[in-house]
Design a protein around this ligand. Sequence first.
Ligand SMILES: *Cc1c(COP(=O)(O)O)cnc(C)c1O
Length: 431
Amino acid sequence: MKNELSADQMVAFDRSHLWHPYTSMVDPLPVYPVARAHGTTLILEDGRELVDGMSSWWAAIHGYNVPEINSAIEAQLQHMAHVMFGGLTHRPAVDLARRLVTLTPASLTKVFLCDSGSVSVEVAIKMAIQYWYAMGRPEKHKLLTVRSGYHGDTFGTMAVCDPITGMHHKFAGVLNQHYFADAPRSSFDGPWDEEEMAGLTSLLEAHHDTIAAMILEPVVQGAGGMRFYSPEYLNRARALCDAYDVLLIFDEIATGFGRTGELFATHHTGIEPDILCLGKALTGGYMTLAATLATDTVATGIAVDGDGVLMHGPTYMGNPVACAAANASIDLLLSSPWQKRVGQIETRLADGLLPCKALDQVREVRVLGAIGVVELHKPVNPERVQRRFVDQGVWVRPFGRLVYLMPPYVIDESALDRLTEAVRRVVRECD
Ligand SMILES: *Cc1c(COP(=O)(O)O)cnc(C)c1O
């Protein structure tokens, strides 16, 4: 466009015309213009440099402007940016499916590529419903989940987000009604309490005839509260699903690709889900792409019915550039000492954040893998807290009562210390 705007004009135009995630068009909170990013640094239009504590919402695990992913995308562009996936296929998609089938639990062998995390959950829900339909049990079309979950922003996924902190109140009467058990309580490595399963068990006992699938975020509940829970819960959930003829969906859109210290959070358990959703870090934070994997049983089960097709097919399905980015990101991850790095981040996050426990305004501090969470008693003032973080040269975006860090795995110690130091200071200022 001719007559380029100054940074101030750009921000002013943004303020009047551009929606951001969960924002109002009337007096929106300020946004900060980014000019460039490389490594673990975001560079604002005015030249200020911020250490990235967010990985752009779980995604940019290798940091920004990553040579290996850049060149994979550039190379793919020389071949083709996109072709329809109906009736055509291509190497980037096949290569990605090969990687995903190899890396995820052995029983997951069928891959559906889609545009975003929310869509991958929609596809998972469709798979489960179509499976039971094909089995001659169309009345099994409800879902079972736990409170404090987050599975996306589309209508199907909103209906399984936490009914209180999620979006149910504004869409009451529109969303499908599903079954909710209490959120898991036992901590990641704390003692196991058999009582934990009472909620899921009684809902299954009463309603299994109408339940197609149980959907859970394994080990870490992300945007619904940043809560960590015992892998034993998942072992028991699997046993319940088997006992009551219910499919098990794991939503690993946030936890996938190493964030919790295992490549996938299901690896903390001895079990495998029937359907698995991946997204976010799949492309290393480069492009929107997600995947839904299913077992042979689910995939061939769906095909038993009539024409046997899975009823989904996005226009940009299997986008070659996105697949090329994902392939490069996965290769880079696997050839790096990611597990050691995540372990070191875990230790340093714990050292840096645990002192917040002593503060009256802090309710809990928890760390797992490359995720560090300080939960306060009261919601923070987002505008003020955001500004204070930027003033200190870090990018940390709190929500509600949660101030949390999930840095790129490549972050160095001094940058990580800057993040935790800033969190300690800003949390101390909160009331
Ligand atoms: C982010 C997220 C989603 C939704 O992914 P989008 O790409 O934002 O649609 C779904 N489930 C979980 C667990 C997530 O963290």
